[in-house]
Design a protein around this ligand. Sequence first.
Ligand SMILES: Nc1ncnc2c1ncn2[C@@H]1O[C@H](COP(=O)(O)OP(=O)(O)OP(=O)(O)O)[C@@H](O)[C@H]1O
Ligand SMILES: [Mg+2]
Length: 284
Amino acid sequence: MGIDFQNVEFKYSKKASKKQLDNINLHIDAQDEFIMIVGHTGSGKSTLVQHMNGLLLASSGTIKVFDTNMIRSKKIKLKPVREHVGLVFQFPEYQIFESTVLEDIMFGPKNFGKTKDEARELAIKAAHLIGIKDDILERSPFTLSGGQMRRVAIAGALAIDPDILILDEPTVGLDPKGKEELMNLLVRMHEETHKTIIMISHDMNIVATLAKRVLVMDKGKLVYDGNKENLFQNQTFLKTHNLDLPTASILAMGLKEKGLITYGKLPLTKEELFQVITGDIPNE
Ligand SMILES: Nc1ncnc2c1ncn2[C@@H]1O[C@H](COP(=O)(O)OP(=O)(O)OP(=O)(O)O)[C@@H](O)[C@H]1O
Ligand SMILES: [Mg+2]
């Protein structure tokens, strides 16, 4: 169960020589994964995740999402796929179309066969979970700020209660407090429900703090699939693929260069850096 990619290739245009996905092999479990996808702009991150719930279908290779073989066929049923895998777009305004926030969040559950009352209940629960205040629920979604709209889009996905939740750059447009709140919420939800979360982000501080597994995309290829520790240790690899280091790591390297601290394992978060500076744990 979960998501399986085998030799997946994809081109937006048949005529183009460039592939936007190039020989992707990948397995994602239905539970307990916290995956972050990173990579330079245009590397194929959004294209990749849109194959995970059937928004895009592969040009060649095979993709299986739970019980569904994602093939180009009129008979393919995407509804069960979308019930298992929720995707919050990079640009949430494209995902919002109802006249009030509440109706918008209710759309998913209603579409999946819930009654109006059940859908309302699920929508309100999801809205509260993501920090949408009651007075916003009756407003038109188009009067909201970017950050609020993003919350509405996330609540819409949560209201369906998918097994796997994919978020394409969910922190863009949020202020630092909103960012932290959203991250805390996702972590709490992941810990309580064991749902698999897949998140695209350019923010290496979030990757360093949250990721259990990191995927790196470059020019349509999956060039890394592993833990964050090995990724951030490899400076040459990071340079080759245009990836930044977390702020704490940059700081640690600067302090080490000046001979002010020593460490064996590069600190990735401010907590780890603090431990090295204060000598709280032997880090040699
Ligand atoms: N609808 C489309 N039609 C044609 N080409 C597209 C389309 N969407 C994306 N592309 C191209 O496919 C490649 C991968 O794009 P994608 O949006 O998946 O990258 P990304 O890694 O998500 O980038 P970003 O970090 O900027 O969001 C890019 O070269 C992009 O120009
Ligand atoms: Mg993208």
